[in-house]
Design a protein around this ligand. Structure first.
Ligand SMILES: Cc1ncc(COP(=O)(O)O)c(C=O)c1O
Length: 371
């Protein structure tokens, strides 16, 4: 049996009858840029996340970049984030004119360690970008507390966490509803993925939403009149049509991912040399990735590949050790938890359409190496 890390074709078969007519409608209309489906998607996602406003854009990277551009960073302004994330998080900080400042992760959840945040705040710090990694929200109580005390903006990198929730002061809140903005990605492998690139910014601030709408269209409120310098970052109607067809299924897909994750955890928790992922008590995880630690990670990856099972290492190198960030002056050993995670993590197939038999096969292959 061959089991891919992700099987988008299996998902497409279940929703083809909804996606194709929606795509055809857009093609018939010949209105491809922004347009009515995009406005509808903005309203639907805002409602799903529980925020007043959502602004669609071209990618998750741009959702971060536009949010950061709205801060009007000056040279030397610092933005705190995690070194254990996809490159876009820190790349966007640099491209918006900021200086990325890294804070190590919590070993149990892979998310930024809120207890270490305060020590990294300086008089140049402007914002914190917590990343809700693999589908589990970062500890927002700690992040918001530091942000509030030091007057910092919070931009949630929710690219991997659409639908994830956290209990704060007794209330369940969605990823993307707590910061100044939330940045979402509709890259096809995300829990809500389009047929190409796409992104969304959520915010509770209608004025900021208007500014972000201008920034995604070269900073102009009216044609050929530009208040500030933005960029071209629009979602097209074809992507919005696909995403509108998929959004009603998202909650059930996230439940299916959680069911797979619980079964893996049950089956793998006692194996020597394997550590199953932890979910913080206050979190509802949506498992964009089901990521274990394995002492013999590279052997395990090779063994799974040989057995026809897809897996991936997210991420093999922490951002503070990327060549392009050498100028920041970090060195190996500075963020030991992020560095250890890079050596130990491996993500397993956890897509909603995975069958229990396929899941058992993945478990069996892992057991073969840990008897
Ligand atoms: C944590 C994180 N941030 C940002 C992004 C960027 O999203 P996009 O690929 O849509 O630009 C991704 C995408 O993989 C991501 O995983």
């Amino acid at each position: 049996m061959t089991i891919p890390l992700l099987d988008l074709r299996a998902q497409f078969q279940t929703i083809k009858h909804e996606v194709i007519p929606a795509l055809l409608d857009v093609v018939e209309s010949q209105r491809f840029i922004l347009g009515e489906p995009v406005a509808r998607l903005e309203r639907a996602l805002a409602e799903f996340i529980g925020v007043p406003c959502a602004v669609a854009c071209a990618s998750g990277t741009d959702a971060l970049l536009l949010s950061l551009k709205a801060l009007l960073l000056r040279p030397g302004d610092e933005v705190i984030t995690t070194p254990f994330t996809f490159f876009a998080t820190a790349g966007a900080i640099h491209n918006a004119g900021g200086k990325p400042v890294f804070v190590d992760i919590d070993a149990a959840t892979f998310n930024i360690d809120a207890a270490r945040l305060e020590n990294s705040v300086t008089e140049r710090t402007r914002a914190i970008v917590p990343v809700h990694l693999f589908g589990q929200m970062a500890p927002m109580d700690g992040v918001l507390d530091v942000a509030q005390r030091f007057g910092l903006a919070v931009i949630e990198d929710a690219a991997q966490a659409v639908g994830a929730r956290q209990q704060l002061a007794g209330e369940w809140r969605h990823a993307g509803s707590l910061g100044m903005t939330g940045a979402f990605s509709f890259f096809p492998s995300k829990n809500l993925g389009g047929c190409g690139d796409g992104g969304m910014i959520t915010t509770g601030d209608p004025d900021l939403a208007e500014r972000l709408r201008r920034l995604r269209a070269h900073g102009g409120a009216k044609q050929y009149h530009h208040e500030e310098i933005g960029t071209n970052s629009r979602l097209d109607s074809l992507q919005a049509a696909v995403l509108l067809a998929k959004l009603p299924h998202l909650a059930e897909w996230n439940i299916a991912r959680r069911t797979h994750a619980a079964a893996y955890t049950e089956a793998l928790r006692d194996l020597d040399g394997i550590a199953v992922p932890a979910t913080a008590l206050s979190n509802e995880h949506v498992f964009n990735q089901y990521t274990i630690r394995a002492v013999r990670r590279d052997d395990l990856k090779a063994h799974l590949t040989e057995g026809g099972i897809g897996s991936a290492v997210y991420y093999p190198r922490p951002l503070h050790l990327q060549p392009c960030f050498e100028y920041l002056g970090y060195s190996r050993g500075q963020f030991p938890e992020a560095e250890r995670a890079c050596e130990e993590v491996i993500s397993l197939p956890v897509y909603p359409e995975l069958t229990p038999d396929q899941r058992d096969e993945v478990v069996e292959k892992i057991r073969e190496l840990h008897r």
